[in-house]
Design a protein around this ligand. Structure first.
Ligand SMILES: [Zn+2]
Length: 443
């Protein structure tokens, strides 16, 4: 005798998803806290990569390591000059692959590297000892962007806890070097492209990058490049300062000239249409300035470390030429034959791009946001760069950035909103259900 089973739908309801995500609040907090503790500064990202491998394994996902091999990337148009040796570092890529894929796939891409903290004693609490206070989780990298990666993992976990799994490939890619070259994602995209060309893998149908965008969709991002200006002068005893020529004082003129160029690019009539309403989209940042050996000598050299930006429709090599010409004009105006200037490039060579927010998966993400959050999704043209450019420019795949609300990213006491993480997790889980479809977990 057989008992007829009532037909059970394997698609969880909106309420069930919301409840499953809410139950994962401790998971979000604990995982992010430990992830922040896996200190992953530039060039030293491996603790973050190892942490992600373990978390993926806990979710039943096996990772592959994509080694950073700059010798293989050098000819790519999006290649940036490295700031540190490859050193055996790798990205972590795990893909959930159902036995028979019936839906559309998605890749969550996030960076493992975090930026330097500055003097740790200027933080309220040690930057790598993450804590939850008043609904905010603190620590370097908490917002930018370990929280976003944790939200993607939690969305997958929430569905599994409801007895289902995505009915299409869902990838999780943790990358190196997003904050200074982008060569990490370049390594994965170039490996994916190779795999697609050799038919080893199907392409992803959408890519989501959960950067801390304040739950807005990014419509564009600027071109960004790093530039080092070495100024050589003529050292002398401070008592006879007039015999010397200070490269530090010359550098101040070059910085002033660059600031004038920055102001010109920010004039309303010079702004790119997507940045028209932004009061100051182009930022020329003096990130480093090193000069001199001690107080009683006119310095012999001065090095300026710059991060410059340009609009998405400006050719980045043209932007570099423009900055170099600006410095050269300032050098000639100084009329100081003892001042020599050498410009070099290391770090970001990141052309800007615009995103197609009308693409189907991005529209769907927007609809899920509105359904969970209650307000229509907003669009933002980013004044930074992100790894979205690799997917936009190298693969024909819809991509954008969308992630939780964070405060003080790159600053002291960086933090991310736990409420926003919960919401983003729910939105990602709903997105997976709609985009990938779900099926019952295999017995
Ligand atoms: Zn980031």
């Amino acid at each position: 005798m057989s008992i007829e089973q009532p037909e059970v739908s394997s698609v969880p309801s909106v309420e069930q998803i919301a409840e499953a995500v809410r139950r994962l609040t401790p998971y979000l907090t604990e995982t992010l806290t430990r992830f922040v503790g896996a200190k992953s500064l530039p060039g030293e990202e491996m603790p973050g990569a190892e942490f992600l491998e373990q978390e993926l394994a806990t979710l039943g996902l096996e990772s592959e390591r994509i080694m950073l091999r700059t010798d293989l990337l050098r000819d790519e148009p999006l290649f940036s000059m490295p700031c540190c040796p490859d050193g055996g570092r790798y990205n972590v890529l795990a893909v959930h692959r159902p036995e028979r894929s019936t839906g559309r796939s998605v890749l969550f891409n996030g960076h493992l590297d975090v930026v330097p903290t500055g003097p740790a004693e200027l933080w309220s609490e040690p930057p790598f000892e993450s804590k939850l206070h008043d609904g905010w989780i603190y620590g370097r990298g908490a917002g930018d962007m370990k929280a976003g990666i944790v939200c993607a993992l939690a969305a997958f976990k929430a569905l599994r806890e409801l007895g289902v799994q995505p009915a299409a490939n869902v990838g999780f890619n943790g990358v190196l070097e997003e904050e200074y070259t982008g060569n990490g994602t370049l390594a994965t995209v170039s490996a994916l492209r190779h795999a697609i060309n050799t038919a080893k893998l199907t392409a992803f149908d959408a890519v989501l990058i959960p950067e801390p965008t304040h739950q807005k969709l990014s419509s564009a991002q600027l071109g960004v490049f790093w530039m080092t200006v070495e100024v050589v002068g003529k050292p002398s005893h401070a008592a006879y300062m007039q015999d010397g020529v200070s490269p530090l004082e010359a550098a101040q003129h070059f910085i002033a000239a660059l600031k004038e160029l920055e102001a010109e690019l920010n004039l309303p009539e010079n702004r790119h249409p997507l940045y028209r309403d932004h009061p100051h989209p182009i930022n020329f940042n003096i990130g480093q300035l090193h000069a001199g050996e001690w107080n009683s000598s006119v310095p012999s050299t001065c090095e300026i470390g710059l991060r410059l930006s340009c609009y998405p429709n400006t050719d980045i090599d043209e932007a570099k030429r423009q900055a170099e010409a600006c410095i050269e004009t300032a050098r000639l105006a100084l009329n100081q034959p003892d001042i020599r200037v050498n410009v070099s490039y290391e770090g970001f060579h990141a052309p800007g791009c615009e995103y197609d927010l009308d693409a189907e998966p991005i529209q769907l993400l927007g609809a899920m946001h509105e359904s969970v959050n209650g307000a229509p999704i907003e669009r933002v043209a980013l004044t930074a760069t992100t790894d979205g450019r690799h997917f936009r420019k190298m693969l024909d795949v819809p991509v954008t950035n969308y992630g939780p609300i964070a405060r003080s990213v790159h600053g002291f006491d960086e933090s991310v909103s736990l409420a926003s993480m919960i919401e983003v997790t729910e939105i990602f889980a709903r997105f997976i259900v709609e985009w990938c479809g779900v099926e019952a977990l295999p017995a």
